[in-house]
Design a protein around this ligand. Structure first.
Ligand SMILES: Nc1ncnc2c1ncn2[C@@H]1O[C@H](COP(=O)(O)OP(=O)(O)O)[C@@H](O)[C@H]1O
Ligand code: SF4
Ligand SMILES: [Mg+2]
Length: 337
């Protein structure tokens, strides 16, 4: 990797989940194409928002980047190291630098462990603290950092509110002093009134600890505030990547336009006048993604070439539109842009 500003470089990343049939001879009959050839990078200290409807592969992408799932193919360079080629002790060391915060603050915390042990466990596993005194000091410090009181260390997850539980998850992720955190819909399960507080906390922590974020959400209203750039995913593929303001002011991919038209605008006059794009039908199954442009069955401006039957200079050899940089830092995969 040439550019020192890039912390994470994802190239042609693919994650298929094989589907097997048969009881004795497990025959491989199909693949769930959860992530299908995605490429993007994240610069040091920035937040890359990732949006797309449920089922389009966001969680799988995040987990595959962190090597919680091994990629089917493609590469993930983190700080110049190819993670897909890394194993054993080296992989464990790299994983320490990359943490994940999960969507469900209820399911991701062990209900039988108290808050202090949940936050402190990584300190022991990674041998970060040398004695009990240091351990309790650091647990207390971590709890304060995320806005919880050290006296709460003896409480169990069910004694906390949803927002507080998510803070425990953040404290646990911070314990190993990571440089990158993949936040997988961290506020989706929280009340709207609590969402902004958690987003603000994540932003404060980012500047305090020099963190780089991948911030996953299923709609564009949540990521707008926190993201520097945004990648829009559809059915395992990237539809568009652009700077946050560019994406909101000049969306180019029809799918991005449809997602944006679902985001409410506070000004009632503008809201009443704007064009609405309502997508018909559901996201197709990643077991049998449509040929050509995967969005073509739902696309309001699709043409014949979009279904992959006519090869075009803008597609790969399977008729899938290539992700092209149409202006600096603005990437789109659509034949009509
Ligand atoms: N472990 C798995 N095994 C098989 N299929 C999976 C697995 N995890 C996710 N999928 C499938 O992959 C697709 C993408 O899922 P996911 O990454 O969770 O999407 P998102 O986070 O955008 O909602 C979905 O169709 C989902 O059912
Ligand atoms: S390539 Fe065709 S189907 Fe796909 S988004 Fe563009 S116009 Fe729509
Ligand atoms: Mg998900």
């Amino acid at each position: 990797m040439q550019d020192d500003n890039i912390l994470l470089d994802v190239k042609n990343l693919v994650k298929y989940f094989p589907v097997h049939r048969g009881i004795i001879f497990q025959k491989h009959v199909a693949d769930v194409k959860a992530v299908d050839d995605i490429s993007f990078f994240i610069r040091r200290g920035e937040t890359l928002g990732m949006v797309g409807e449920s089922g389009c592969g966001k969680t799988t992408a995040a987990r595959t980047i962190l090597q919680l799932y091994r990629p089917t193919s493609g590469t993930v360079h983190f700080d110049g190291v190819d993670l897909a080629q890394t194993k054993g002790k080296e992989l464990r060391q790299m994983r320490r630098k990359m943490q994940m915060i999960f969507q469900d603050p209820y399911g991701s915390l062990n209900p039988r462990m108290n808050c202090g042990s949940i936050v402190g466990e990584p300190l022991i596993v990674h041998k970060i603290t040398r004695n009990r005194g240091e351990y309790s000091d650091q647990v207390a410090e971590l709890l304060k950092t995320v806005g919880l009181s050290p006296y709460m260390a003896s409480r169990f997850p069910h004694e906390f509110s949803g927002g507080q539980r998510q803070r425990i998850g953040v404290a646990r992720a911070l314990a190993v002093r990571p440089s990158f955190i993949a936040c997988d819909e961290p506020v989706s399960a929280l009340d709207v009134s609590i969402q902004a507080q958690l987003v603000n906390l994540l932003e404060e922590l980012q500047s305090q600890f020099n963190l780089t974020y991948l911030f996953v959400a299923h709609d564009l209203s949540v990521v707008r505030h926190i993201s520097d750039r945004i990648v829009v995913m559809y059915l395992g593929k990237i539809a568009e990547i652009a700077d946050r303001n560019e994406l909101y002011e000049n969306p180019l991919h029809p799918y991005t336009k449809a997602l944006l038209s679902a985001v409410p605008i506070p000004d009632p006059v503008v809201e009443a006048q704007r064009e609405r794009i309502v997508l018909t039908g559901d996201v197709p199954s990643p077991l049998r993604p449509p040929p050509g442009c995967v969005f073509h069955p739902r696309c309001p401006i699709a043409i014949d070439n979009c279904s992959g039957t006519h090869l075009d200079g803008l597609t790969n050899d399977r008729g899938v539109p290539e992700l092209r940089e149409v202006s600096p830092d603005h990437w789109v995969s659509c034949l009509r842009v």
